[in-house]
Design a protein. Structure first.
Lengths: 401, 536
C-alpha cells in the first residue's frame, strides 16, 4: 500500500531538497511555473493562519503526481497543488472550456450518443477553428474518437457468480472512447475463470481535480467510494484498466477525502496487470498464452509510475512466448489529461512530448503499449505508431488458442 | 585617528539605544550612536517579539502593566509597519490556580486594560492547536512586533533626521576629566582603526553590557543577566498571541511572527552578557511545559532555538537568585547624582514594548542636563509605514513574494522596484526573499555579511536555514561585484555556522534531517571548511 500521510502533518516535513521541482515535467519546460516545492509546501507554510493566496501559475500543474513519487519525505505534494487549483478556480472563476473538459463523463455520454457526427465534426477543419475560437482548444490538436457502441450500453452484469469476484471500474475512456479495452478486460478475466461485475460508477474525478473543481470531484469520489465499497464488503476486488483512475482511487481519494472509507477502498484497488500478476504469483493464472512474435515498446504513464508497483504490464506481457517488449523509459508525454487540449498549454504539451518521440525503442517497435488513453492521444498526435492497451495484447494471445 | 564632536553619544544599537537616538534627533539634538556589531546584536533581536498589553504584569507589577498598555497603544500608531495587531488570548488550563483568574481580571479592570472573556468553542475554532481542556479564555489587545524591522526603521528615521550611526564600532575607552566625561574611543571592528568622539554626554544603553560600559567610566554598577531561551516553530500555528493565565513562568507564551510562531521562554542568570549558549535540557523542559497550552507541541517541527539576556538592574550588590523578582520597569541612572560623574547616563532594564517611553524619560534628562527645552515628539510622530502595495502592484513577481513586499518594502519600494526590473530572481525560497531586496539592504560600505542581510530581509530565516539561499546569495554577490570571492566565502562560513548552532540544539525528527542535509551539502558535497576564519 502507498504511504498516505495526512495533508496537514505532511507539508511540515519538507526538507527543501528540490527533488520534486527537479523532476516536475512542467518545471522542466516552463519558467513561469512556480513548481511543486514553491506551490506545495512553501505556499502552505507562508499562508498558514495568514489567509489564502492565489497563484495563477498553478494552472500549469497537470497533477501528474511525479512530485509525490520523487519526494524523499513522502509528502503528498500534488494534494497541495490540487487544492491550490481549487483556490485559483474560485478566485478567478473557471473557463467555460475547462468546465467542459472537466466533465469527461458528460462529454463522453453526449459525444458517444452522436458518435459518428462527433467524430466527423472533430475532423472538420472549420468546426475545429470554431472550437479554437470559442473554446480555446487548438485546431491542430488530435481528439480521441467517441464510440456509439459504448461499454455501458453493452455490458450490464452487476453481480459476479464466480469464486473470485472482480468489480470493474472502466473509467470514461474505456467506456466511451475505447470500449475494446473494457471488452478485452472482461474477456481476459473470463479466460481466468472470473466473471466481471460492473458496479454503478461515475467519472473518477481526475479531470475535475485538474481543473480546480475540487468539490465536484470529491462528490464523484464519494459516490464511487460508496458504490465500490459495498462490493468490497462482499468480497470483491476492485480492478481497473485506466492508470489515472486507478491512481485516483489508490492515492487521491484517501489524500483528498481523508476518510477511513476512502482508505479502505484504496487498499482493495488493483491495476489490471497488477491483479493478473498476483494471480500468476499465486499459481492461479491461466497460462495458456499463445505465442506472439511482436516487438513492442512499453510507455509508462506518469500515473502508472505513481502507483509504485513496478511494471506489471511488462511482467505480464513477457509471459507471452516470443513476445518482445522494451521499456521506452521516457518522461511525461505532455498530454496530461485535459492539459494538452488547452491552447495556452499547447506549446508546453508539445515540448514535453519530446522524450517520448525521441525514444529509440519506439522507433524499432511494431507498436506501442501503454495503459493510458490520454498518453495514447499524444502518440496519435505526435507519431504514426499504433498504440495498444496491454490488456488488448493479452486478450489477443489468449484468443489465438 | 579620526576625531569628531557630537553633543550626545549613545552606546548600544539595541532598541533602547536607537529609541534614544531617534528621540534626540526629533528634538534636534546632535547625536551619534555606536554599536559594536550590527544593530540588534544584543537582546533586541533575541526576544519573543510580544507587544505586551500589560496582562502579563497586571497582578505582580502594576506600574509595568500600565506602562506596557500605554506603549502598546502608542507603538501601534507610531511604528505601524513593524506591528501586527494580532490580538492575544490568556488561557487558563487545568491545575493553574483558580484564584489567579479573579485577581487578574480585577487587576486588568483597575488598570484599564480591555479584556473580554471568550467562549471556549470560539477560542478553539480560532486556535485549533489550543488545549481542548482549557477552562477559561480571555481576549486582550496583545500584538506581535518585528524587532528586526522596528530597529532598522527607527534608526533609519533618526538618520533621516540628522543622527549618525556607527555600527561595527566598539566603545573601548571613556575619558573623564574633572569628573566629567570628555571623549570616548571607538574601534572599527573591520579595520581596527580608532576614532575619538568628543562629547558632553554619553548615554549608556548597552543592555546586558551596561555594567561593562559603566566600568569603562569607573562607575560601579550591577546588572543581572537573565538568559531566556526561545524556539522558532516551523509554521505559524496560531493567529494571535497565546499566553498562559497564571503567575508568569517558563514556556508560557506563543507569539505568531510572519510565517512562524516563537515559543518560550526560560530564565537563568548568567555571568557574561555574551553568553547565548543553548542547552538541550532547557529546550526539553520548555517543550514539556509548553504542552499544557499546546498539547501537540512535541510533534510540531521546530526550525531553531536562540537565547538572549534580560538586563536586570540591581541597585544593591546583593544578587537575586532567580532573577524573576527584579522589576522589569526601567532603570534610568543619573550618574552625576548617583556617582558624581557628569555627562554620563545609563538607561537599562525595561522591555522592548517600553523602549519609546524609556527613551523619552532618558532624553528628558539629557535635555535637562544640556539646558535644552524641547518636548518629546515620539508619542505622535510615526516612523514611515512599510506598506507598499500601491507602489509595487504591477511588478512581475510570484504572488507570495509580492505579498511579502506589499507589507515590507516601505520607503525602499522605489529602489526595490528598480532593482527588480534588473533582476527579479528569488534567492531565499522559504521566506520569498528577492535579490532586489538584498541589494537595497546592502550597506554603502562595510563588509558583505549574510547575518546583516538576514536581519533586514529574512534571508535564511525559513526551514532550510540558509542551506540553499546563503550560498545562492554569496554566489550572486560575487557575480554582481558586491563582494569579492574571499569575502563571500568567509560570509558563507560564518553564516552557516551561526545558523547551524541554533538548529543543533533542537535537532530531532525533520529538524535533524534538515541539519544533516545542510551539513552534508556544505561539508561533504561542497567540501566547505569547518571553523573558518571569522572576521568580527
Ligand atoms: C528571552 C527574552 C524574551 C523577551 N521578550 C520580550 C517581549 O516579548 N516583549 C518585550 O517587550 N520585551 C521582551 N524582552 C525584553 C527586551 O528584549 C529587552 O528588554 C530589550 O531588547 C533590551 O534592549 P536594549 O537595547 O536595552 O539592549 P540590547 O538590545 O542588548 O542592546 C545593547 C547593545 O549594546 C551593544 N554594546 C554592548 N557593548 C558595547 C560596546 N562596548 N560598544 C558598542 N556597543 C556595545 C550590544 O552589542 C547591543 O547591541 C525579552 C527579553 C528576553 C531576554
Ligand atoms: S503534479 Fe506534476 S505537474 Fe503538478 S507540480 Fe507535481 S510534478 Fe509538477
Ligand atoms: S521533494 Fe519533498 S522534501 Fe524535497 S523539496 Fe519537494 S516536497 Fe520538499
Amino acid at each position: 500500500m502507498l504511504y498516505q500521510p495526512s495533508l496537514e502533518a505532511s507539508y511540515d516535513q519538507c526538507l527543501k531538497c528540490h527533488a520534486c521541482t527537479v523532476n516536475c515535467p512542467i518545471s522542466s519546460v516552463s519558467t513561469e511555473f512556480g513548481g511543486p516545492k514553491q506551490l506545495g509546501p512553501e505556499l502552505q507554510r507562508m499562508t498558514q493562519n495568514q489567509g489564502i493566496l492565489d497563484d495563477a501559475s498553478i494552472e500549469l500543474c497537470t497533477l501528474c503526481g511525479t512530485c509525490d513519487r520523487t519526494c524523499p519525505e513522502n509528502i503528498h505534494v500534488s494534494s497541495l497543488t490540487a487544492y491550490l487549483k481549487e483556490t485559483h478556480a474560485e478566485e478567478v472563476g473557471t473557463k467555460f472550456r475547462d468546465i467542459v473538459l472537466s466533465k469527461a463523463e458528460w462529454v463522453g455520454k453526449l459525444a458517444s450518443t452522436f458518435a459518428p457526427v462527433t467524430n466527423a465534426t472533430m475532423k472538420l477543419k472549420p468546426a475545429r477553428k470554431v472550437m479554437e475560437w470559442i473554446m480555446e482548444i487548438p485546431a491542430e490538436r488530435n481528439f480521441p474518437e467517441y464510440r456509439f457502441n459504448n461499454f455501458k450500453r453493452k455490458y450490464k452484469i452487476k453481480e459476479s457468480t464466480t469464486e473470485r469476484k472482480v468489480a470493474y471500474f472502466a473509467g470514461c475512456y474505456a467506456t466511451y472512447n475505447a470500449p475494446d479495452v473494457a471488452d478485452s478486460f472482461v474477456k481476459v478475466m473470463e479466460y481466468n475463470g472470473i466473471e466481471v461485475a460492473v458496479p454503478k460508477q461515475n467519472c473518477c474525478g481526475v479531470p475535475m481535480f485538474a481543473n480546480g473543481q475540487m468539490k465536484a470531484g470529491k462528490k464523484n469520489a464519494q459516490s464511487n467510494i460508496d458504490s465500490f465499497l459495498s462490493y468490497v464488503d462482499q468480497g470483491y476486488d476492485v480492478v481497473m484498466t485506466c492508470s489515472s483512475c486507478t491512481l485516483a482511487m489508490k492515492k487521491e481519494y484517501p489524500g483528498y477525502m481523508q476518510t477511513e472509507e476512502a482508505q479502505r477502498l484504496a487498499e482493495n484497488v488493483y491495476d489490471a496487470d497488477e491483479y493478473l500478476r498476483i494471480l500468476y504469483e499465486k499459481g492461479e493464472l491461466n497460462d495458456s498464452l499463445s505465442a506472439l512474435n511482436d516487438k513492442a515498446a512499453y510507455y509508462a504513464p506518469c500515473h502508472m509510475k505513481g502507483q509504485g508497483i513496478g511494471n506489471p504490464a511488462m511482467d505480464m506481457l513477457e509471459l507471452i512466448p516470443g513476445y518482445q517488449i522494451e521499456d521506452m523509459a521516457a518522461g511525461c508525454c505532455g498530454q496530461c489529461g485535459t492539459f494538452g487540449f488547452k491552447k495556452e498549454k499547447y506549446s508546453y504539451s508539445m515540448a514535453l512530448g519530446d522524450t517520448m518521440v525521441d525514444s529509440k525503442s519506439m522507433a524499432e517497435s511494431d507498436y506501442v503499449v501503454t495503459e493510458c488513453g490520454m498518453c495514447k492521444n499524444q502518440f496519435d498526435q505526435l507519431t504514426d505508431k499504433e498504440v495498444r492497451h496491454p490488456i488488448q495484447v493479452l486478450r489477443q494471445s489468449y484468443e489465438l488458442n | 585617528m579620526e576625531i569628531f564632536e557630537t553633543e550626545v553619544a549613545v552606546i548600544g544599537g539595541g532598541m533602547t539605544g536607537v529609541g534614544v537616538l531617534r528621540d534626540l534627533a526629533l528634538r534636534g539634538v546632535n547625536a551619534v550612536l555606536i554599536e559594536q556589531f550590527d544593530l540588534g546584536h544584543g537582546t533586541s533581536t533575541r526576544n519573543h517579539g510580544l507587544l505586551h498589553s500589560g496582562g502579563r504584569y497586571a497582578v505582580k507589577d502594576k506600574e509595568a502593566a500600565v506602562e506596557s498598555y500605554q506603549e502598546n497603544l502608542i507603538l501601534k500608531k507610531t511604528v505601524p509597519g513593524s506591528i501586527e495587531e494580532t490580538g492575544g488570548l490568556f488561557v487558563k488550563v487545568p491545575d493553574d490556580p483558580d484564584d489567579y483568574v479573579e485577581k487578574w481580571v480585577n487587576a486588568c479592570n483597575t488598570i484599564g486594560i480591555p479584556i473580554e472573556e471568550v467562549p471556549l468553542q470560539i477560542a478553539f475554532a480560532e486556535e485549533p492547536y489550543l488545549n481542548r481542556k482549557a477552562e477559561v479564555v480571555y481576549r486582550i489587545p496583545d500584538g506581535a512586533v518585528d524587532p528586526f524591522t522596528m530597529l532598522v526603521d527607527v534608526t533609519a528615521d533618526a538618520v533621516e533626521k540628522g543622527a549618525r550611526v556607527l555600527t561595527y564600532h566598539e566603545v573601548t575607552h571613556i575619558e573623564t576629566t574633572n569628573a566629567q566625561v570628555s571623549y570616548i574611543t571607538v574601534k572599527d571592528r573591520y579595520t581596527g582603526e580608532e576614532k575619538q568622539i568628543h562629547t558632553k554626554l554619553v548615554v549608556n544603553a548597552a543592555g546586558p553590557w551596561s555594567a561593562n560600559i559603566a566600568k569603562l567610566a569607573n562607575v560601579p554598577m550591577k546588572i543581572i543577566n537573565n538568559k531566556g531561551m526561545l524556539t522558532v516553530l516551523n509554521n505559524r500555528i496560531n493567529k494571535q498571541v497565546i499566553n498562559r493565565l497564571r503567575m508568569p513562568g517558563d514556556a508560557d507564551i506563543f507569539v505568531p511572527a510572519h510565517n512562524v510562531t516563537i515559543f518560550g521562554t526560560t530564565g537563568i542568570n548568567v555571568e557574561h552578557p555574551d553568553d547565548t549558549s543553548l542547552q538541550r535540557e532547557e529546550f526539553e523542559h520548555m517543550i514539556m511545559k509548553g504542552k499544557d497550552l499546546i498539547p501537540t507541541l512535541p510533534q510540531i517541527r521546530m526550525i531553531r532555538a536562540f537565547s538572549g539576556s534580560r538586563p536586570l538592574f540591581q541597585e544593591t550588590e546583593s544578587s537575586d537568585a532567580s532573577g524573576r523578582n527584579v522589576t522589569r520597569g526601567m532603570a534610568l541612572l543619573d550618574h552625576e547624582q548617583r556617582d558624581g560623574l557628569k555627562g554620563f547616563i545609563t538607561i537599562t532594564s525595561g522591555k522592548l514594548t517600553t523602549f519609546r517611553y524609556m527613551a523619552e524619560k532618558t532624553v528628558d534628562l539629557v535635555c535637562e542636563k544640556l539646558g535644552i527645552t524641547s518636548n518629546c515628539q515620539t508619542a505622535e510622530v510615526a516612523v514611515p509605514h512599510r506598506e507598499a502595495k500601491q507602489a509595487l502592484e504591477n511588478i512581475n513577481l510570484t504572488p507570495v513574494a509580492k505579498k511579502k513586499l506589499f507589507s515590507w518594502a516601505g520607503v525602499n519600494a522605489s529602489s526595490i522596484k528598480a532593482n527588480l526590473l534588473k533582476d527579479n530572481s528569488i534567492v531565499c525560497e522559504c521566506e520569498s526573499v528577492t535579490w532586489a531586496e538584498i541589494e537595497s539592504a546592502l550597506p554603502e560600505k562595510g563588509q558583505f555579511n549574510l547575518g546583516d542581510i538576514r536581519r533586514r530581509t529574512r534571508l535564511g530565516m525559513g526551514p532550510c536555514q540558509g542551506t540553499f539561499c546563503y550560498r545562492r546569495a554569496a554566489a550572486m554577490a560575487v557575480e554582481k561585484g558586491v563582494a569579492t570571492s574571499d569575502e563571500a566565502e568567509i560570509a558563507l562560513q560564518n553564516g552557516v555556522e551561526k545558523r547551524s548552532k541554533g538548529m543543533r540544539v533542537i535537532a530531532t525528527g525533520s529538524a535533524n534531517k534538515q541539519l544533516e542535509l545542510m551539513d552534508g551539502i556544505n561539508y561533504v558535497s561542497l567540501g566547505m571548511k569547518k571553523g573558518g576564519e571569522t572576521y568580527v
